[in-house]
Design a protein around this ligand. Structure first.
Ligand code: ADP
Ligand code: MG
Length: 633
């Protein structure tokens, strides 16, 4: 009941946009609104329980946490009530009038994209992002929220809206702390006031919510008996793994992921264990079956932290190193003090101990997957390889374990990826280094002229296409005493029996080299004879110690200043074009074709990498060459 005049407020623009979507275009999967409201109620209970530990003034300090659902089919009403932390008028206005979560904004952005490209909005996204409170407007044409903050000194508030761009707030007369949300169900959504339907949804999405969820269904406006508890409400991780089936773990995973997992996205593997010394904790962790939507976002979810079954942080990123941020699950410890602030908990030494142990266990799980279930591991690698690789650079303690987890495609592995151990295993006689090339497109790398010498000798080349690989190679200088060598950088040399022949050939094109160094003085640092080419006439390489081409691209993408610098042009002394050019250069040094051809060698090398500085000039040069060939035939 209101105890004062209502105030009218406008929703923030993004809320209005979201509400339009929710009320007009999301038809399926409506039931998730209940999961969202229960999850809010559960959060509010957690907050109250956590604060009650330290705040003596907290209203209803010893209330037992509880969520009550009341359904009144006759009045087309569903009520969700909790005795949690509640909201003041100001909090209700802010929390139920704006969108604070980047996840939700991201959800909106994607839906908008889909709409603009003419697709039907993919409502499954809602499960991934969770649009929270506002999803209730899928089923209700009016929502009344009555709430009283557990913090002393705040009157109760009545918030009300029909979801059409405005809402009202007014003082109300609720005595106990917590929130009561009344949904006036749309005519086509009255199923959500039916017992079986509600029980079903709660078990499906909210079974592992830690607080009891009780259901009361009214008949003729009157209770039909005591409210019945409909969820499990127990700490899943305290159960013994031998009493749990794969399906149980999948069900709990769903809970961990916010209640929704698309078919095919089931977890790849899980870990469930307890430790007693030196620190007591229990944990259930999962490797997700698909990358969480927020993997590269600032406010992404991480593990949920409990202290003695009380949830103290929904998302604690101190429990695992950053490069394992794709792992989801819960950690519960007996050794964490309950009566300290969240900020202080973040720094607590117990967390450091748990983190050490979890990191070891997760790496062990990954190693086991890699050796026992390579196909499952391949999936992990596809999803999270780029994240795991960060560890090579950041976690020297586990360097050796991480190196064994690396997988790369090679110049001869097709679509398969292999480990460094497999690479070394397959090295032919005479190969004593590990060769790699970095770039962004595996197909382009596989065709690169830089690979020719290796290919001719049957050496595989690792194709490294993640940005983070540039850092990996800097840290990983060698593996099993085999040096890692870039095929596109430095003075490349292969152990080689026809070394002599090569040197002679290089000497033979002396006049070309001299001329080329003059002609291309502005464009390149140096022109030299190549030892890495067997088929192509030329290629560009980076000098030893210079930034690689790929690194330069990555830095530019990150808007970093990259100094301009010249590269080295290598030409293939055995290539017929080069040999002909050389003949002309030594016999008719004034022939105007010489400089054109030299420039063409440079053009070609640039083109092989996908970038020519002067395409128009190149076309002209090609044209003159082609005309000449045509004239000769
Ligand atoms: P989220 O739960 O992701 O924050 P929601 O849209 O579900 O987003 O809820 C918005 C905010 O409204 C919550 O963060 C919380 O501050 C407040 N809120 C919602 N339901 C309740 C409730 N039952 N008790 C107290 N606060 C609530
Ligand atoms: Mg919520």
């Amino acid at each position: 009941m209101d105890t004062g005049t209502p105030h009218k407020h406008e929703f923030k623009a993004e809320v209005s946009a979201l509400l339009k979507l929710v009320t007009n275009s999301l038809y399926t999967n409506q039931e998730i609104f209940l999961r969202e409201l229960i999850s809010n109620a559960s959060d509010a209970l957690d907050k109250a329980r956590f604060e009650a530990l330290t705040n003596r003034e907290l209203l209803g300090r010893d209330l037992a946490p509880e969520i009550t659902l009341t359904a009144d089919p006759d009045r087309k009403l569903l009520i969700i009530e909790d005795n949690g932390i509640g909201m003041s008028q100001e909090e209700a206005t802010r929390n139920l009038g704006t969108i604070a979560h980047s996840g939700t904004l991201e959800f909106l952005r994607r839906l908008k994209e889909q709409q603009q490209s003419g697709e039907r909005p993919d409502v499954n996204l809602i499960g991934q992002f969770g649009v929270g409170f506002y999803s209730a407007f899928m089923v209700a044409d009016r929502i009344d929220v009555y709430s009283r903050s557990a913090h002393a000194g705040h009157a109760a508030v009545h918030w009300s809206s029909t979801g059409d761009g405005t809402f009202t707030t007014a003082p109300a007369d609720r005595e106990i702390r917590g929130t009561r949300i009344e949904l006036h169900l749309k005519d086509e959504a009255t199923e959500f006031a039916e017992r079986l339907r509600i029980e079903n949804i709660v078990r499906r999405y909210s079974n592992y919510v830690m607080h009891p969820i009780k259901l009361q269904v009214l008949e003729d406006g009157k209770p039909t008996g005591d409210a019945q508890q409909v969820n499990e409400a127990s700490a899943f991780w305290t159960r013994s793994p031998k009493d749990l089936s794969e399906d149980d773990y999948k069900a709990f995973y769903k809970h961990v992921m916010g209640g929704y997992v698309m078919p095919g996205d089931e977890p790849i593997a899980h870990l469930h264990f307890s430790a007693d010394a030196p620190i007591q904790f229990s944990t259930v962790l999962y490797i997700p079956g698909r990358p969480p939507a927020d993997l590269f976002m600032e406010d992404r979810k991480s593990l949920t932290l409990f202290a003695r079954r009380v949830m103290i942080m929904e998302s604690c990123d101190k429990l695992l190193p950053l490069y394992l941020r794709f792992i989801r699950g819960v950690v519960d410890s007996e050794d964490l003090p309950l009566n300290v602030s969240r900020e202080m908990i973040q720094e607590h030494k117990v967390l450091t101990g748990i983190r050490r142990s979890l990191t070891r266990k997760v790496l062990k799980l990954l190693a086991e997957l890699a050796s026992d279930k390579p196909e499952e591991y391949a999936k992990v690698w596809r999803n999270f390889g780029a994240v795991l690789k960060e560890g090579i650079h950041t976690d020297s303690d586990h360097h050796d374990d991480l190196v064994e987890l690396l997988r790369y495609r090679t110049s001869s592995s097709g679509d398969d990826s292999i480990s460094l151990a497999q690479y070394v295993e397959a090295m032919p006689e005479g190969q004593d280094a590990i060769y790699y090339i970095t770039g962004n497109d595996p197909a382009a790398l596989a065709r690169s002229p830089h690979l020719e010498a290796c290919r001719a000798r049957g050496f595989q080349v690792l194709l490294m296409t993640d940005a983070v690989d540039e850092w990996v190679v800097q840290d990983l200088r060698e593996y099993k005493e085999k040096a890692l060598i870039s095929v596109s950088q430095g003075d490349f040399e292969l152990p080689e029996e026809d070394e002599k022949k090569n040197e002679e050939a290089a000497k033979e094109i002396e006049s070309t080299l001299t001329r080329a160094n003059e002609v291309l003085r502005e464009q390149v640092k140096e022109v030299r004879a190549s030892k890495r080419l067997t088929e192509s006439p030329s290629c560009l390489v980076d000098d030893e110690g210079d930034l690689s081409r790929n690194m330069e691209r990555i830095l530019r993408m990150a808007n970093q200043a990259v100094p301009t610098r010249k590269r080295i042009l290598e030409i293939n002394p055995t290539h017929p074009f080069v040999r002909t050019l050389n003949t002309i250069a030594s016999e008719a040094p004034d022939d105007p074709r010489i400089s054109t051809w030299i420039e063409l060698l440079h053009d070609q090398a640039a083109l092989a990498e996908g970038q020519v500085a002067d395409p128009a000039g190149m076309v002209k040069r090609l044209q003159s060459l082609l005309s000449e060939v045509a004239g000769h035939s």
